[in-house]
Design a protein around this ligand. Structure first.
Ligand code: SF4
Length: 230
C-alpha cells in the first residue's frame, strides 16, 4: 500500500466529518487498510464502545493490549469478560522486556520517581513494538477528554502511520447512551468514581465536576503516557 499523504488525510476528514463510527471503521478496515490495521485498547472506562463497534465490523481484527505490569486486576478481568461477550477473537497482549524493566525499575516504584521513564519502559516501548507493523491504528480518543485532545481529528497522520479516532466527535452523553442502548458491560471501577482508567499507581478517583482525565497522574504535569493513544 502506498504511503498516504497529508492532503489525503485532509480529504478523509472532510469526507467522514459527519459519518458514524461504523462507517469510519468499515471504510478503514474493509477498504483503505485491509489486513494492515489494528485497534489499540486499554479496556478502560469507555473502551467497550469501540470494541463493540469493531466487533460489528470485523471480530477478528487485531486488538493490541499493553500490559504494563501495573494495571488494576479489575481491568484484566474486565478485558477477558468483554472479549468473550463480544466474541473478539484476536487479542494480542504486549509487555515490556523483563530485563529492561528489572534494570530501569528494580523496586517497582519508578512511577513515583520518574513517571516518564516508567511509562517509557512499561508502555511506550512495548506499544511501539506492538504497533510498528501496521499502517493504521484505531484509537478510542475523544475531543471532550480535553488537554491535548481538544483538536482531535478522525484521521491523523503521525510519523507515516495513520491514527483513526472514530469517536473523536462523541461526547460523554453519547458514550453513556451507547453503553446503555447496547447493554454493554462497564468497567467495574467506573462505579467507584474512576473516569479514566490506566495503571493502578497513576489513576485516582475524580470529582464529578473535575476534568475528565484529572485522575491520571494527579498532581503531576504529566497528562499523557507518551503514546497518546490510551
Ligand atoms: S502510567 Fe504510571 S505505572 Fe503505568 S507505566 Fe506510566 S508511570 Fe508507570
Amino acid at each position: 500500500m502506498k504511503n498516504i499523504s497529508e492532503k489525503e488525510i485532509e480529504n478523509l476528514n472532510q469526507k467522514f466529518a459527519n459519518a458514524s463510527p461504523v462507517e469510519v471503521l468499515s471504510y478503514a478496515v474493509k477498504e483503505q487498510f485491509v489486513d494492515n490495521i489494528a485497534l489499540v485498547s486499554s479496556y478502560g472506562a469507555e473502551a467497550v464502545i469501540l470494541l463493540h463497534l469493531v466487533s460489528l465490523v470485523d471480530n477478528n481484527l487485531p486488538v493490541l493490549f499493553i500490559d504494563t505490569g501495573k494495571l488494576f486486576g479489575e481491568t484484566k478481568r474486565y478485558r477477558d469478560k468483554v472479549n468473550q461477550q463480544l466474541n473478539l477473537t484476536n487479542i494480542q497482549v504486549f509487555k515490556g522486556d523483563v530485563d529492561a524493566i528489572k534494570q530501569a525499575d528494580p523496586k517497582g516504584i519508578l512511577w513515583n520517581q520518574d513517571a516518564n521513564a516508567c511509562c517509557n519502559v512499561r508502555k511506550t516501548i512495548p506499544y511501539q513494538n506492538a504497533t510498528q507493523p501496521y499502517a493504521a491504528l484505531i484509537t478510542g480518543r475523544k475531543r471532550f477528554q480535553g488537554n491535548t485532545r481538544k483538536n482531535l481529528n478522525i484521521f491523523e497522520l503521525s510519523n507515516g502511520q495513520v491514527k483513526i479516532n472514530p469517536l473523536a466527535n462523541w461526547d460523554l452523553n453519547q458514550l453513556k447512551n451507547y453503553i446503555l442502548d447496547n447493554d454493554l458491560p462497564r468497567h467495574p471501577l467506573v462505579a467507584d468514581g474512576y473516569l479514566s482508567i490506566g495503571c493502578m499507581p497513576c489513576t485516582d478517583r475524580v470529582d464529578s465536576d473535575a476534568d475528565y482525565r484529572d485522575g491520571r497522574w494527579a498532581g503531576q504535569k504529566k497528562t499523557e503516557c507518551g503514546i497518546h493513544l490510551i
